[in-house]
Design a protein around this ligand. Structure first.
Ligand SMILES: Nc1nc2c(ncn2[C@@H]2O[C@H](COP(=O)(O)OP(=O)(O)O)[C@@H](O)[C@H]2O)c(=O)[nH]1
Ligand SMILES: [Mg+2]
Length: 290
């Protein structure tokens, strides 16, 4: 029996029970198999998922969470910074998830230095990274963008170097107090991605911390009117459509996997992969056309 945590929730009883987005809480096996078996049409092709968002938003935790779901056990990699005061990720690195001892999954992640008003990754650098000009191991310089003359500047990016999906990671806890400058930065990067026709998504993290009803039961996520309101506002502010915004709860304190958390992570990843795959096919069709 579902119990209300506080009086405010109790008042919303009828609204709370209407789930506005279809999601299969009972069985996520099909989505898991889809992710495990996904292979791009072209051999050797990889989908590059580029995560950006404020420091401490949960970007690294999201990569770890995807990895946990795929491995079937909690995966702890030392890339999560639990102080979240400063931008932890200072280098441009690609994270690959091992599929078996010999191979990796065909989707990879880039986790960038935080998007803050000062000291975060520069807009120019983000744009260079989207186009595949940034080489592995480049150390971000908050003062100036990567110059063309640098050894870390990739002059002739291949399809695998380019970003295929842009994902903005935003914590639900600070969404309402996000500064105009950060919103503006997110929007500008998104506009550049749109120009390049790169599909864009947003992950709303820390939903458990922001909404006590979700902490009690993750399945309440699509029943709470306040979650939908937050998503709508974010959608309008930065211009990402509602059906590209996914609330997720990352693994950060759990020691065992949780089916509902997995369901949200898989739902987000499935949509990301579909769009990335479409985008790759689009680029390939463009390069073939005379
Ligand atoms: N409550 C809660 N905490 C989270 C979640 N995701 C990440 N965190 C915590 O937020 C902090 C920063 O996360 P991290 O992944 O390092 O953020 P990054 O800077 O964007 O890479 C860590 O202490 C995580 O444990 C979440 O979904 N819920
Ligand atoms: Mg990080």
């Amino acid at each position: 029996m579902w119990r209300f945590r506080d009086k405010r929730a109790a008042k919303n009883e009828e609204v709370l029970y209407i789930q506005w987005r279809d999601i299969n809480w009972v069985n996520n096996e099909a989505d898991l198999q889809f992710l495990r078996n996904y292979t791009p049409q072209v051999k050797g092709q990889q989908l590059r998922v580029f995560l950006h968002g404020p420091a401490g938003a949960g970007k690294s935790s999201f990569i770890n969470s995807v990895q946990s779901v795929l491995r079937g056990r909690i995966y702890r990699q030392a890339l999560v910074d639990n102080t979240s005061h400063d931008s932890f990720t200072k280098e441009f690195n690609t994270f690959k998830i091992p599929k078996d001892p010999e191979s990796f999954y065909p989707f990879v992640f880039n986790d960038t230095m935080g998007l803050s008003t000062t000291g975060g990754i520069l807009e120019e650098d983000l744009k260079l990274a989207l186009k595949g000009h940034m080489k592995e191991g480049y150390r971000f310089n908050p003062e100036s963008p990567l110059p063309e003359t640098e050894e870390f500047y990739n002059k002739c990016p291949k399809l695998n170097d380019k970003v295929h999906i842009l994902v903005c990671v935003i914590p639900a806890t600070t969404l309402s107090i996000m500064s105009d400058k950060v919103v503006e930065k997110i929007r500008k990067v998104r506009e550049e991605a749109s120009r390049l026709k790169i599909p864009q998504f947003a992950m709303l993290t820390k939903i458990d911390e922001a909404f006590p009803e979700i902490e009690v039961d993750v399945q309440n996520v699509y029943k709470l009117p306040s979650v939908k309101d937050q998503m709508r506002k974010f959608s309008v502010d930065v211009g990402i459509p509602m059906n590209c915004i996914f609330p997720v709860k990352n693994y950060y304190e759990e020691i065992e996997l949780n089916k509902d958390m997995n369901t949200l992570i898989l739902s987000a990843m499935k949509n990301i992969i579909y769009s990335g795959d479409d985008f790759i096919k689009f680029i390939q069709s463009q390069s073939k056309s005379p």
